[in-house]
Design a protein around this ligand. Structure first.
Ligand code: OSB
Ligand code: MG
Length: 372
């Protein structure tokens, strides 16, 4: 493929409801998009997934935009790429900044799928025609409000419920959900809110048959997670701690997790996601695809990724209508969840869900072109 030019776009998005992660609550979450143009007239879109500030990972929206503008996209325009490895090679020298790299890598795959005239999942070797999803519920001011949200999610058909926990909002919601909804498939995500000093809490949580406990300890730790996993039977799932294939290899080797949440932006690409997923599954580690409140564009990429058989647990993907007042996919073709909590993958070439390009043009808050 010959990339004749590239564009970097920042799009103003507003969430329908504010969401709390790691004790930070936010409602605005702009999308950072890369748009690649080939010499044959194909246009590919990719999305960063970065968050407004560095509370989940060291990266955030402004850093992703800046690294793309200053270091990645100037090396992409006017070049030919025979493979994703050639593309990755142009930015392999940059340490980290995975939320920047994913935006251009996603756009590359979007172009490939259109060139080959096949759906994205087929480009990656995905074979599952539909993917099971669950949803992710924010910390709420009271347990009662959370119970109401769980009830709505179950009524919508979700069969796996994930709640966020933090010190002071952990055991109580789990007990309340088990009392009210019984044996549902339930998991908790701590977003690095605890330390090994909290072992008594984890022993308590261990009694509630949780599907998993996601990222209980520090974002950059695997040693303490291995210690915790030795002391509880509930599977630990790592999210923040796994940034690469080597991170996964080491975490698995020392027994730091039984499950990995793969977020393509966090590991810097879909090729990297596939490598990690297939390696970890070969060692019997559970694999699922998490989310970063991507717009429908990012959610569409993630849904296609889950077509790979290595993804054996429900994804955090609640479609393209749950998070934003107005999404980036066409209003009349959203990503929908059926009553059994599945997304059926489109068989059309590319993303398969049309992008609302008119809305994007009207909501650009920053833009850069390569070449200028
Ligand atoms: O830890 O999984 C997380 C969103 C932002 C930061 C961290 C996390 C999340 C989610 C989002 O849970 C779930 C989704 O996008 O559907
Ligand atoms: Mg998480």
């Amino acid at each position: 493929m010959k990339i004749s030019r590239a564009e970097l776009l920042r799009i103003g998005l507003t969430m329908k409801h504010s969401f709390e992660v790691s004790s930070k609550r936010f409602q605005e979450k702009d999308a950072v998009l890369v748009r690649l143009y080939t010499s044959e007239g194909i246009i590919g879109y990719g999305e960063s997934g970065a968050l407004p500030s560095p509370f989940y990972s060291p990266e955030y929206i402004d850093s992703a935009y800046q690294v793309l503008a200053q270091y990645i996209l100037p090396d992409i325009a006017n070049r030919s790429f025979a493979s994703v490895e050639e593309l990755e090679q142009t930015y392999a020298w940059i340490k980290g900044h995975h939320f920047a790299k994913i935006a251009v890598e996603g756009a590359f795959w979007h172009v490939v799928s259109q060139e080959r005239q096949v759906p994205l999942h087929q480009v990656w070797g995905g074979t599952l025609p539909r993917v099971e999803v669950g949803n992710s519920l924010s910390i709420e001011p009271t347990v009662d409000i959370l119970l109401g949200k769980v009830e709505v999610a179950l009524a919508q058909g979700f069969r796996r419920i994930k709640i966020k926990i933090k010190p002071g909002f952990d055991l109580e919601p789990v007990i309340a959900i088990r009392e009210r909804f019984g044996d549902i498939s339930l998991m908790v995500d701590a977003n690095s809110g605890y330390s090994l000093k909290d072992i008594a809490l984890f022993r308590e949580l261990d009694r509630f048959s949780l599907l998993m406990i996601e990222q209980p300890l520090e974002h950059d730790d695997i040693i303490d997670h291995a210690e915790l996993q030795r002391q509880i039977t509930t599977p630990i799932c790592l999210d923040e701690s796994i940034l690469s294939y080597d991170d996964a290899r080491k975490a698995i080797a020392i027994g730091a997790c039984k499950i990995i949440n793969i977020k393509p932006p966090r590991v810097g690409g879909f090729a990297a996601s596939k490598r990690i997923a297939e390696y970890a599954r070969s060692l019997n580690i559970g694999i699922w695809c998490g989310g970063m409140f991507e717009s429908g564009i990012g959610k569409a990429f993630n849904a296609h990724l889950c077509s790979l058989p290595a993804f054996n647990l429900p994804a955090d993907n609640s479609g393209s209508r749950s998070y934003y007042e107005h999404d980036l996919l066409a209003d009349d073709h959203p990503i929908e969840i059926d009553q059994d909590a599945y997304i059926t993958l489109p068989q059309a070439p590319g993303l398969g869900w049309p992008i609302d390009t008119a809305f994007i043009e009207q909501h650009i808050t920053a833009k850069a072109k390569f070449p200028a």
